[in-house]
Write a protein that binds this ligand. Structure first.
Ligand SMILES: O=C(O)c1cc(=O)[nH]c(=O)n1[C@@H]1O[C@H](COP(=O)(O)O)[C@@H](O)[C@H]1O
Length: 301
C-alpha cells in the first residue's frame, strides 16, 4: 500500500513536472470544430451532444499533456451543468485519464457533517468503478467532516486554505482573538489533523489549496506549514505567474503542484498560441503546458 501523497510526489519526480492540468470545459470557450455554437442555444435539450463533444475535447487534451503532467483536475461544476450526460462524461474523462496513468484530483469542494462527508468519500474515493485518487474539500465543518476523506490512505484530500479569488479576504483574513487570521488557524488545524496521515515523503495525505494570486500569503503559509502539500491554483488566467508560486515549494522544489485550467485548455485563444488555430487546440494546450512546466522548474532551480 502506497500513501496517496507518496504516489503523487513520485509521479511529479518521474515527470519532473509540478503542473496540474485542470479540465474545466467552459462551453463558450470550446473550439467551433469540437462544439457547434448553436448547441449552446439550448443546453438542456442538447446535453448529450454537448457532453459527447466535451469528452472528445478532454481526451485530446489528456493525450496532449499526459507525458508532462502528474495530475489532472476536472472541475465538477462544468459536468454537473450537463446533467446525467455530463456526469457520464466526467466518469469517462476520469477513466481515460487513468488509462494514461495520471493522478486524478476531482474538484468538487465537498463536505458536510461527518456521516454525510462519509457518503461523499464513498461516492468518489471508494467507488471501485471511478478511479478518483483525491478530492477537493471544504474544511469548515471541522475534523468530523474531514476525516472520512482520509480513511483510505491510498487516497487524498485537498482542503481549501487560502483561496485565489478576490473575495478570499472577506472571511479568510478575519483576525481571531489569538492574533491569527482565520486562514492561519485553518492551516494549523490541517497540519495537526494531517499528522496521522504522513507519507514517506514527509507530506500528508491531507493537502491544502492556496492560491497563486496571493504570493505574500503563500510564502507565509509555506513557512507556517512544513508537512502540508499544496495545490496552487490561479496560475495563468487569474494572473499568477512562476515568480508568484515559487515560495509555495520547499527548498528541494517539492511540496506543491500548480494548477492551470483555462490557460491550458483554451490556449489556442491566446495571442501567443493563436497560430495553432482552433482546430489544433490540443497542440496549443501542449505548448502552454510545456511552457508552464519549464517556467516553474526554472524558477525553482
Ligand atoms: O480548489 C480549487 O481548485 C480552486 C481553489 C481556488 O482557490 N481557486 C481556484 O481557482 N480553484 C480552481 O482552480 C481552477 C482555476 O481555473 P483557471 O483560472 O481557469 O486556471 C478552477 O477549477 C477553480 O475552481
Amino acid at each position: 500500500m502506497k500513501y496517496f501523497i507518496d504516489q503523487l510526489q513520485q509521479k511529479i519526480e518521474e515527470k519532473d513536472s509540478r503542473i496540474c492540468v485542470g479540465l474545466d470545459p467552459h462551453l463558450e470557450m470550446m473550439p467551433e470544430n469540437v462544439l457547434a455554437a448553436e448547441l449552446l442555444e439550448d443546453i438542456e435539450t442538447n446535453q448529450k451532444e454537448i457532453a459527447d463533444s466535451v469528452l472528445k475535447f478532454n481526451q485530446n487534451l489528456i493525450d496532449a499533456v499526459a507525458d508532462m503532467t502528474a495530475v489532472v483536475k476536472p472541475q465538477m461544476a462544468f459536468y454537473e451543468k450537463l446533467g446525467v450526460p455530463g456526469m457520464e462524461c466526467l466518469w469517462q474523462t476520469i477513466a481515460y485519464a487513468k488509462t494514461k496513468d495520471l493522478i486524478v484530483l476531482l474538484d468538487g469542494k465537498r463536505n458536510d457533517i461527518g456521516s454525510t462527508a462519509g457518503a461523499y468519500a464513498e461516492a468518489y474515493l471508494e467507488n471501485k468503478k471511478i478511479g478518483v485518487d483525491s478530492i477537493t474539500i471544504n474544511p469548515y465543518l471541522g475534523s468530523d467532516g474531514v476525516l472520512p476523506f482520509l480513511e483510505n490512505k491510498e487516497k487524498g484530500a485537498f482542503a481549501l486554505l487560502r483561496t485565489s479569488n478576490p473575495s478570499a479576504v472577506d472571511l479568510q483574513d478575519l483576525k481571531l482573538d489569538d492574533g491569527r487570521t482565520v486562514y492561519q488557524a485553518v492551516g494549523d488545524f490541517l497540519q495537526d489533523l494531517g499528522r496521522d496521515y504522513l507519507g514517506e515523503c514527509g507530506y500528508s495525505n491531507l493537502a491544502a489549496v492556496v492560491g497563486a494570486t496571493y504570493p505574500k500569503e503563500l510564502k507565509e503559509i509555506r513557512s507556517q506549514l512544513d508537512s502540508v502539500f499544496f495545490l496552487i491554483p490561479g496560475f495563468g488566467a487569474q494572473g499568477g505567474g512562476a515568480a508568484d508560486i515559487k515560495a509555495g515549494f520547499d527548498e528541494d522544489g517539492r511540496g506543491a503542484v500548480v494548477n492551470s485550467s483555462r490557460g491550458i485548455n483554451f490556449a489556442y485563444r491566446q495571442e501567443e498560441y493563436s497560430y495553432f488555430g482552433a482546430e489544433n487546440y490540443a497542440k496549443a494546450a501542449r505548448a502552454a503546458a510545456e511552457k508552464m512546466k519549464k517556467e516553474i522548474n526554472d524558477v525553482l532551480k
